[in-house]
Design a protein around this ligand. Structure first.
Ligand SMILES: Nc1ncnc2c1ncn2[C@@H]1O[C@H](COP(=O)(O)OP(=O)(O)OP(=O)(O)O)[C@@H](O)[C@H]1O
Ligand SMILES: [Mg+2]
Length: 146
């Protein structure tokens, strides 16, 4: 079977490992002439979801949080080689795993690429919880970059 991805998603959280995941994704996108989507998910701090379980509106989120997340995307754009790659950046809001899964279904992604670990500070696991949960639930091929 010939496998040619036309949509590749790389999830970035500002960590070195997600930079490596994005760099690999850019290289694959260039090779296969695929569209690349760089996504970062703004995770509202605990408590924002409130007693009703209603997600906060984007407007209710602090400016600082969103600005920080935008910086993550512009850093990635600086750090990796994106020449000759058709790419878009997108910020999502909510639980990172769910948001990444929803985006990959919406965009009919052929490949999802993430780091094995991320920006989390707790070194309790070999694999981060987002990467782990994506491995369990992704509906398309998933590449986990150490
Ligand atoms: N908020 C996010 N937005 C986009 N991608 C993310 C986000 N969080 C994690 N990822 C992706 O998942 C990869 C693994 O990160 P993960 O969060 O699973 O590990 P961790 O931060 O080390 O551990 P944990 O978050 O469980 O404490 C990252 O390299 C990145 O590709
Ligand atoms: Mg994390």
């Amino acid at each position: 079977m010939d496998w040619t991805p036309s949509v590749i998603i790389a999830a970035v959280d500002g960590s070195e490992q997600s930079d490596r995941a994005a760099a690999l994704a850019a290289s694959l996108a260039r090779t296969h002439d695929a569209r690349l989507i760089l996504v970062t998910v703004v995770r509202p701090p605990e408590g924002w979801w409130g007693v009703t379980g209603e997600p906060p509106t984007p407007a209710a989120l602090s400016e600082a949080l969103i600005t920080g997340q935008k910086r993550i995307l512009s850093e990635v754009e600086k750090n990796i080689d994106l020449h000759d790659v058709e790419y878009t950046t997108i910020e999502e809001l909510g639980d990172p795993t769910s948001a990444i899964l929803a985006l990959s279904e919406r965009e009919r992604a052929d490949l999802l690429i993430v780091g094995r670990r991320g920006a989390g500070v707790v070194e309790r696991m070999v694999i981060g919880s987002v990467a782990d949960r994506l491995a369990h639930h992704a509906r398309c091929p998933l590449l986990i970059v150490p």
